[in-house]
Design a binder for this molecule. Structure first.
Ligand code: ZN
Length: 443
């Protein structure tokens, strides 16, 4: 697998940093320049030209999103931003290393791509870097890791982020991290404090257990890196979290709507916002999710998705998930104008055969890849087993094509026996009848 994995030496990246630093303090949307040797070597012109060519290849041009905060920091603030940057790189390093480590495949992990293939009732798996979008994501993350000074120009702690409000999970987590305390986001604790009904109750359960859920994790079972809250406490506390569904009734299940949150480390809305590298669109969107006991209803989206499970289950089937391709024979597909209506109602035994357990320490269970428009759902079970681990589930999460087509996550709609949408439903289970209204992806 050729991922252009090269190591930049300090002298190769020093000059581009200076070029970019000028832009950094002047203009938003820094376009860094390929590296050049600062003093021509006393070689023949041919050798100099080839050295320059090699250096240019090793230091690709980065284009940041145009909303990177470029204001100057005090030395104290700079040190805190440096720590968050360091932990961001460690998270990305763990992520891409996990994608490139031999695990059931010679060059990568074997990812679950369908929990049930609809024919044999067996799950289906594939060596994950055989997908071109995964390969590209790994290449782009490696470019970041090999050129940290260049990539840093696209890094923004999102202290003054204006697109939407981001949160730190709890006051205790904020106080435990000097970085999170400096960025000083409002907390999800405050956010959920006066929310009404089941959404608010689940939200308060989430924040009460947030830290304990994050501590009940493990990534070293699948990669030689601690990507969890224990290993990278400032990142997990200071990254911007969102209670994504709390105010969205389309997500149906009220416990899920309150009991779910996600955060983005790299991607169009994350800490590291790189639009292009070497003229290639950077589709990588990498972050984390958390969910307390609840059912994330059947849903789908255009972008492919990848999950690495770090949440340790307290009993074997505590946390289960399903993913099946939209054209799986277990569903009923009907062509519409510009898409497909996919009926999820054919298999009466779907709960037993569609949903599979997931655990970070099982080589068959820790990673899953969802193809475009794949239908998927997650069931986080209640407390079980011995010990005091709370119910709850944290995952490393990524999308691979976050900059094309429609990024909206759409929840499948509850319907009656005739396929007519049911209004006002606030609870849907694994076995309820739903229809997923897919939209064609446009090249
Ligand atoms: Zn998804």
């Amino acid at each position: 697998m050729d991922l252009h994995h090269t190591s930049a030496t300090p002298h190769q990246t020093l000059l581009p940093l200076a070029v970019c630093a000028l832009v950094f303090f002047g203009l938003a949307g820094c376009k860094s320049q390929p590296a050049r040797e600062s003093t021509p070597a006393p070689d023949s012109p041919d050798t100099t030209a080839s050295t320059e060519k090699a250096a240019a290849q090793e230091a690709p041009g980065f284009v940041c999103d145009d909303d990177i905060d470029t204001r100057e920091l005090t030395p104290k603030e700079q040190a805190l931003a440096d720590e968050l940057w360091k932990q961001t790189l460690e998270y990305l390093r763990g992520f891409t290393t996990a994608l490139e480590t031999s695990r059931l495949c010679l060059d990568s992990p074997l990812a679950m791509i369908q929990t049930n293939d609809g024919k044999s009732d067996d799950p289906q798996a594939r060596c994950v870097t055989r997908y071109r979008d995964v390969e590209l994501m790994a290449k782009h993350v490696n470019w970041v890791l090999d050129n940290p000074e260049l990539a840093r120009t696209c890094f923004d702690v999102q202290k003054n982020y204006e697109a939407f409000q981001l949160y730190t999970p709890t006051e205790a987590m904020k106080q435990a991290s000097e970085v999170a305390a400096w960025i000083d986001r409002p907390t999800l604790e405050e956010y959920h404090a006066d929310k009404k009904g089941k959404v608010g109750k689940a939200g308060r359960e989430l924040v009460e257990n947030f830290e304990a859920i994050l501590k009940n994790t493990n990534s070293t079972a699948f990669v030689d890196a601690d990507m969890t809250y224990q290993g990278l406490p400032d990142l997990w506390a200071a990254v911007g979290w969102l209670a994504f569904y709390a105010e969205n009734p389309k997500a149906i299940n009220e416990r899920f709507r309150g009991g779910y949150a996600y955060a983005e480390v790299m991607g169009p809305w994350g800490l590291l916002r790189i639009k292009e590298i070497e003229g290639e669109l950077v589709g990588a969107e990498i972050g984390m999710t958390i969910q307390v006991e609840s059912f994330y209803p059947y849903h789908f989206h255009h972008s492919q998705e990848l999950y690495m499970n770090i949440g340790k289950p307290s009993c074997p089937k505590q946390n289960t998930f399903m993913v099946m391709h939209w054209d799986n024979p277990s569903f009923a597909q009907k062509r519409t104008d510009g898409g497909w209506n996919v009926g999820v109602d054919k298999d009466k035994h779907r709960k037993a055969t569609w949903f599979r357990p997931t655990s970070p320490s099982d080589p068959n269970e820790w990673i899953a890849y969802y193809e475009r428009n794949a239908i998927h759902a997650t069931h986080v079970g209640g407390k079980c087993g011995k010990g005091n681990a709370p119910s709850g589930f944290a995952q490393v999460w990524a999308r691979t094509s976050s900059r094309d087509n429609n990024q909206t996550t759409k929840i499948c709609v509850p319907v009656d026996k005739k396929g007519n949408p049911l209004e006002g439903v606030t609870e849907v289970t694994e076995t309820d009848r739903v229809v997923c209204n897919l939209e064609d992806w446009k090249p």
